[in-house]
Design a protein. Structure first.
Length: 270
């Protein structure tokens, strides 16, 4: 069975416009899978879709919508009723602010919970049913080391990523013996346009052309995810993050929080 037979003929990528989502799109297209590309920025998606079709000869469909909207999951499902979605990749959900919880309106945290928790759960519930019926497919949800323990400036973000990790793990326990691979991909500091914008705004890099320090590349992270699709429920990307996770598992929760606090301050220059 080819990769496209196992995980196609269509994949839905939420958060596809750049960074990790675009890297997932390129890799899937290279393996012969048609793509539904989803994000808010229609023009960016249209350019990405045109390039992918030209380079790889697959079909694409562009969905421009805001995943924070109450009707987001319903709109996505309706727009793909005619497609057989064999893989769901949920990349949306970065925190562009990295600010204290109380310095932002509560609506910012509420929106993050909707985008990072509610919508991936709704989409997984819908698309995984077809995968189970067919006996093949995959659900990939991107998490973060921020979900290992609480840390400053990412109160809601870290909490949503903890949800994503446990949700993927629990879904794996129910679906992996039904032919559906479920993988929670846990990322550390990864070089994406979103991170570059954040670090530029904080004066930590001089331009968008500069790569932030101590980052994994999006392509390397995606390569690890594809190499471990069948090795769920959780894959931690990068030797350094795997070592940190192992160390945190050997200490108390309170000490883990202090470790995250110190690592966050060192990473972001606080």
């Amino acid at each position: 069975m080819t990769f496209a037979d196992r995980y196609g003929p269509w994949a839905l990528i939420a958060g596809a416009s750049d960074g990790l989502g675009a890297a997932f799109a390129e890799t899937l297209a290279r393996r012969g899978v048609n793509l539904v590309l989803l994000s808010r920025r229609e023009a960016v998606l249209a350019d990405l879709a045109a390039g992918i079709e030209r380079r790889h000869g697959v079909r694409t469909r562009v969905l421009a919508l805001d995943l924070v909207a109450d009707t987001a999951a319903h709109e996505v499902i309706e727009a793909t009723r005619d497609l057989e979605i064999g893989m769901l990749v949920y990349c949306a959900g970065a925190d562009p602010e990295f600010k204290p919880f109380l310095s932002q309106p509560i609506t910012a945290a509420e929106s993050m919970v909707r985008r990072n928790c509610l919508v991936p759960m709704q989409l997984s519930h819908h698309y995984a049913q077809g995968m189970v019926t067919r006996g093949r497919g995959a659900v990939v949800i991107l998490g973060s080391g921020a979900g290992f323990a609480g840390g400053p400036n990412m109160v809601a973000y870290g909490a949503t990523k903890a949800f994503d990790m446990v949700f993927a793990e629990a879904l794996w326990t129910e679906l992996h013996d039904k032919g559906v691979d479920v993988l929670g991909v846990i990322l550390g500091k990864t070089d994406t346009p979103a991170l570059r914008r954040l670090e530029l705004s904080r004066g930590q890099i001089a331009s968008m052309d500069e790569r932030p320090k101590d980052t994994a590349s999006a392509d390397d992270a995606v390569a690890e995810a594809f190499d471990n699709l069948a090795n769920g429920p959780t894959w931690i990307v990068g030797d350094d993050l795997r070592a940190a996770a192992q160390m945190m598992g050997s200490i108390s929760r309170s000490d883990a929080v202090r470790f995250i606090q110190q690592a966050s301050a060192a990473s972001m220059g606080d």
